[in-house]
Design a protein around this ligand. Structure first.
Ligand code: PLP
Length: 433
């Protein structure tokens, strides 16, 4: 690590949580330079839903490169873009009866957020945006203004304005319906809150601590939007692309967002790519009014189209995810029963779950111990008190069980044998998958 520390900025983050030099990766396994294997319960923060180096996507990418397919094309028309748009329209939008236009933005999630905020402000001619406690939307100026966490906010260096925060579901406690609070502040002309152009919300707050909004709350939020002519932006950058069990996290809830943001796993192979889905009437851009050199990463288009064909052409993947997520949920409930002194809450949807500990220091110790034992698991939440469980969606049962065993062992080591030497866990060789 010394090598990285002397040259790379102090801002580096995950390298500190996972201090190894990773060399190769396949499926749900990473391998470091020493040949040590790690099970991946982190998936690049939700970017590797289909695992590392998926063989089918890899083949397509190599073919594309061998044929001298266009790699960089600004936002010009390319065959790769045409194939992606065709797949997205036929496999994702049409079967769900969704009528959106597609805007490609710069390649990272925050680029999609910035574009959506502009679209909303332009369309409604209002500056204010309502965001939610615990929300994470990225770290460029517009998106970090809509992000709750003080660490990210404090990095901005300028006042973060034109955003008003409202309580996410249960933020004020389970006995309060935060929708009552929100509606009052929007409806009342003396609340001091300017009528916003849009609400931007995650259906499950990935960075904010795996806080799950109920369908009822989301429908209530949408009703407030409709009543007061406010746009609803669903930031599906982390919760989308199958993470919660369906392609979009809001499917089947009676929600029709005006704008939807996708990134992270959209590019399929871990390749950067982002887009905004916008209702046609919101498409009020002048040509080129918003741009970016890397809109439309053609390699990502190739892998993304393949991911859509491979995983979303029929219901089988969603069904598989339902089974997997039920198993994960029951494992987590069992863990909570076993360690009530450690675990305050377990929660989540689909393959996005959190283990909230009573003590953030212990969460850190458990994550560190898990890393020693060969598992990547990251922390989230306002105090980093939640262990976030986001394995690749394609993980097989055996590896999932191994990973859960390591979490169990790590909690046991931290809480029960705290004053003894931690138990030795046998190191296994996993067949790469
Ligand atoms: C990761 C994330 C972003 C930002 O994406 P970047 O690629 O890091 O810019 C925005 N919103 C949500 C919900 C995210 O999880």
């Amino acid at each position: 690590m010394q090598f990285f520390n002397h040259l790379e900025s102090n801002v580096r983050g995950y390298i500190r949580s996972f201090p190894a030099v990773f060399k190769t990766a396949t499926g749900s396994i990473l391998v470091d330079e020493e040949g040590k294997q790690y099970i991946d319960f982190f998936s690049g923060a939700g970017t590797l839903n289909y695992g590392h180096n998926h063989p089918v996507f890899k083949k397509k990418l190599i073919e594309y490169l061998n044929e001298d397919g266009v790699v960089h094309g600004l936002d010009m028309a390319t065959t790769a873009k045409k194939d992606f748009l065709t797949a997205f329209e036929n496999v994702i939008l049409k079967p769900r009866n969704l009528n959106y236009k597609i805007q490609f933005t710069g390649p990272t999630g925050t680029n999609a957020v910035e574009a959506a905020l502009k679209i909303a402000r332009l369309a409604k001619q209002r500056a204010n945006i309502v965001s939610f406690t615990g929300g994470f939307h990225g770290v460029t100026m517009g998106s970090v203004a809509a992000t709750g966490n003080v660490l990210y906010r404090s990095g901005a260096g300028v006042p973060l304005d034109n955003t008003t925060f409202m309580p996410y579901e249960k933020y004020l406690g389970v006995e309060h319906d935060s929708l009552d609070y929100i509606r009052k502040f929007i409806a009342n002309t003396s609340s001091g809150v300017d009528l916003p152009a849009a609400f931007i919300v995650e259906t499950v707050q990935g960075e904010g601590g795996v806080n799950v909004a109920s369908p009822k709350w989301l429908r209530g939020l949408q009703a407030i939007c409709r009543e007061f002519d406010i746009l609803l932006i669903i930031d599906d950058i982390q919760a989308g692309c199958g993470r919660t069990g369906q392609f979009f996290s809001f499917e089947g809830m009676g929600i029709e967002p005006d704008l939807v943001l996708l990134s992270k796993s959209l590019g399929g192979y871990g390749l950067p790519m982002s887009l905004v889905l916008l209702k046609p009437e919101l498409d009020q851009w002048e040509p080129g009014q918003h741009n970016g050199t890397f809109r439309g990463n053609n390699l990502a288009f190739v892998a993304a189209a393949e991911a859509i064909h491979t995983f979303w052409s029929d219901e089988s993947f969603s069904k598989e995810l339902t089974v997997k997520s039920h198993r994960l949920q029951s494992d987590l409930f069992a863990l909570k029963l076993r360690y009530p002194q450690a675990i305050k809450d377990v929660r989540g949807r689909g393959m996005l779950h959190g283990i909230q500990m009573h003590d953030p220091e212990k969460t850190k110790a458990v994550a560190e111990r898990a890393f020693e034992l060969g598992l990547l698991v990251e922390r989230c939440g306002s105090e980093d008190e939640v262990l976030k469980i986001i394995p690749p969606l394609v993980i097989d049962e055996a590896l999932m069980n191994e990973g859960m065993k390591i979490i169990n062992q790590s909690i046991s080591d931290v809480f029960e044998n705290f004053h003894q030497a931690p138990a030795k866990i046998e190191r296994k060789e996993y067949a790469s998958q």
